[in-house]
Design a protein around this ligand. Sequence first.
Ligand code: 4NP
Length: 158
Amino acid sequence: MKPVRVLFVCLGNICRSPLAEGVLCALAEQKGLASALQVDSAGTGAWHIGEPPDGRSIQAARRHGIDISAQRGRQLRAEDFRDFDLILGMDENNVRTLKGLAPEGAAGKVHLFLNYASGRSEDVPDPYYEGADAFEALYQMLEAGCSSLLVRLGERTS
Ligand code: 4NP
């Protein structure tokens, strides 16, 4: 069975999408689904290429036993639309940008993360200008979303 390749996308690739990547990998590992998935993340913007995730995301992950500190920011690439099966934007702005960049035939891979995961058409809001509390809320939102996503992907990979 070929793994499902999932790309999480936000604006900077330092707050939301690296944490989503870490959470989904950790949950997949716990559920014995790690080999069924390939997970990565990227930003639509170029400001944080090569940087580790935001310290507040690293800390939020660490509080829950997940280490995302080795991740490095990267910008979305044209090949991502070929190399991934699912491209999940954290908010509607990300989804709009992704759909604008998607080549013919690839727009169907692009979804709003929480809508795809759990049918709730809700953004994962940008926490960059928020305080540390927002990152615990972000973690909780991503954990719930990634759990639902795994149920949906489990149906696809079993
Ligand atoms: P992210 O958060 O999209 O969740 O990584 C942001 C990080 C950086 C910026 C904006 C959002 N920025 O403007 O640099």
